[in-house]
Design a protein around this ligand. Sequence first.
Ligand SMILES: NC(=O)c1ccc[n+]([C@@H]2O[C@H](COP(=O)([O-])OP(=O)(O)OC[C@H]3O[C@@H](n4cnc5c(N)ncnc54)[C@H](OP(=O)(O)O)[C@@H]3O)[C@@H](O)[C@H]2O)c1
Length: 282
Amino acid sequence: MAQKNQIKVGFLGFGEVASTLSEGLLARGVEVSTCLEGRSQRSVELAKSTGVGLLDSLTELVELSDFLLSVVVPAEAVSVAKKVGGSFDGVYVDLNNVSPGTVKEVFSHITNGKTVDAAIMGGIKNGLETPIIASGEFAKNFAVLNQYGMNIEVIGTEIGQASGLKMLRSAYTKGVSALLFEAFHAAYQMEVDETLLRYLTQSEGSHFPASANSRLTSSAYHSRRRAQEMEEVVKFLTEYTDPVISRATCEFFQSLPDKTGPMPKKPEKYGEVFRKVDKNRL
Ligand SMILES: NC(=O)c1ccc[n+]([C@@H]2O[C@H](COP(=O)([O-])OP(=O)(O)OC[C@H]3O[C@@H](n4cnc5c(N)ncnc54)[C@H](OP(=O)(O)O)[C@@H]3O)[C@@H](O)[C@H]2O)c1
């Protein structure tokens, strides 16, 4: 039962991010809800197992929530904001990996909400402690959720600063992952991958074998999402430079799902990924 003055957070989309943040917020007494209209079985199961409030319509979610957190997929950030439109007057936070240009398009539809540009820095696996950066006039309103265990840093007062910083981080990390994949795929076929790993560890540091394995396996597992994110990075960087490497990284992630074939679960070791790619090539 909701208590008076209990803070109410609504999630638009209920995947990995929403379920992870919900768990922590529920444990700290926040009322958390979502609407599953049109969602896949996976999202339905995640929401039910997390124990959030399930509302029948988006209208109900909008009416009930003090905060609406958009955690859909980059390609749907605008369409979900269009559906919310002018009916919401609380704090609307876009946490999707989208470019500043897309964030501005998103907020052009939230005509009455207090809009906040925000970005998750890294994977959400650390739960509420995962660093989130936020910018815009109302970023400090979002940071109120730090009282409930979130780790939100307000980095500026302009819309576009948080999403822009996230894009720059993505350009670097995803570019490195794509390069690593290409080099290690060749090394694996030549049966020199472990030697390459050993030599790179000398220059990159002792964390390298574990981080390289994690980058290679998650690149394959999340390739579709990464491709969408890189499309946003290219769009953003084009305003400042000719993003040759980022365009190639985007193309790399767009072509990866066809190379690996279906990947129902994340492989443990990078060798599994390369065996699948090589088998599909035959
Ligand atoms: N996971 C991370 O560690 C991480 C880190 C940084 C940033 N992000 C960003 O956070 C966002 C969410 O990521 P995630 O990992 O939670 O993704 P996810 O697990 O794929 O979940 C996405 C959720 O959005 C729903 N959705 C898709 N289109 C929708 C629409 N039009 N209206 C309402 N809901 C819709 C999906 O529903 P269906 O099940 O029906 O498809 C699903 O519930 C993404 O933009 C991603 O770039 C994620």
